[in-house]
Ligand binder design. Structure first.
Ligand code: BV8
Ligand code: ZN
Length: 232
């Protein structure tokens, strides 16, 4: 049984990480579409760096919730038959115990050098223009995929969606592409599709089944169902 799980901001909501849509699209006073773009970084680098420095620092004050921990339990049993891809840039899946997490929109705890194009684990601020650990140039930016940029791991993701028996979308509004299109692609390749979300997402009609409720409750229940089916 090959399972692909896609998560969005909703899975981290109960950990205290605000979602994009529930904050009425405002994030620390910014519309995410206005600050998560290369143009915004070019025109207001300090504002964008401070926006991400604040989010990186806030990771120290949040904890994974029961949904993250349940997905780690599922990975323990399914191993390589589980492919976890997240739109989130927080590290809560890893801290919840998942060991193979595909961050298609990048990660807060990583920095990307615009000079040598290498990525480095990063836990401090970037607004003070620290030198790149690799080439020494002071051109480090947040290692996140902004609007108009190409998501990471797309080849692997599409390959897994083609082979999936089950595609499960957790805590995402289905507002951002290409992630919002994964359900249709998976269904076209004969996967069963399930949505676990606080309320029906924009793409809810594309799912065979959709359950409404908080991820902290729905995900452990769903993982228990899965484990009952796959463990003798
Ligand atoms: C690309 C990183 C080409 C930065 C992010 C016109 C039409 C269609 C598409 C486009 C268009 N114009 C431009 C595009 C493309 C564009 C796009 O989709 N724009 C949208 C606005 C229309 N996309 C891109 O530019 C992407 N790149 O297309 O390149 C390409 C394509 C294919 C292959 C190769 C190349 C890049 C997009 C990445 C942008 N970066 N994040 C950062 O984080 O700062 S996006 C960011 O917003 C997140 O990563 C996430 O993807 C998105 C927010 O979505 P969600 O995670 O779903 O969060 P949201 O708040 O929206 O929803 C939360 C949900 O949880 C809600 O439904 C809520 O009910 C639920 N919930 C709340 N609490 C709970 C809960 N559920 C369960 N339990 C709870 N407790
Ligand atoms: Zn460099």
């Amino acid at each position: 049984m090959r399972v692909v799980v896609l998560t969005g901001a909703g899975i981290s909501a109960e950990s205290g990480v605000p979602t994009f849509r529930d904050a009425d699209g405002l994030w620390e006073g910014h519309r995410v579409e206005d600050v998560a773009t290369p143009e915004a970084y070019e025109s207001q680098p300090t504002m964008v760096q401070e926006f991400y420095d604040a989010r990186r620092a806030s990771l120290a004050h949040v904890e994974p919730n029961a949904a993250h921990v349940a997905l780690a339990r599922l990975e323990d049993v399914l191993g390589d038959d589980l492919f976890l891809v997240t739109q989130n840039i927080d590290d809560l899946h890893e801290r919840g115990g998942s060991t193979r997490v595909h961050h298609m929109h990048g990660e807060l705890r990583s920095a990307l050098c615009r000079a040598c194009e290498r990525r480095f684990p990063w836990d401090r601020t970037l607004v003070d223009l620290p030198p790149c650990p690799g080439c020494g140039v002071t051109e480090l930016r947040p290692d996140v995929v902004w609007f108009g940029e190409i998501p990471y791991d797309m080849d692997a993701i599409m390959h897994e969606l083609k082979r999936a028996d089950l595609f499960v979308s957790i805590g995402t509004s289905g507002a951002v592409y290409p992630a919002a299109g994964f359900v249709q692609y998976a269904a076209r390749h004969r996967a069963r599709t399930l949505e676990l979300n606080l309320q029906p997402s924009e793409g809810t009609s594309f799912f065979h089944e959709s359950r409404q409720g908080p991820a902290g409750t729905l995900v452990p229940l769903w993982v228990d169902e899965m484990l009952a089916r796959v463990t003798p």
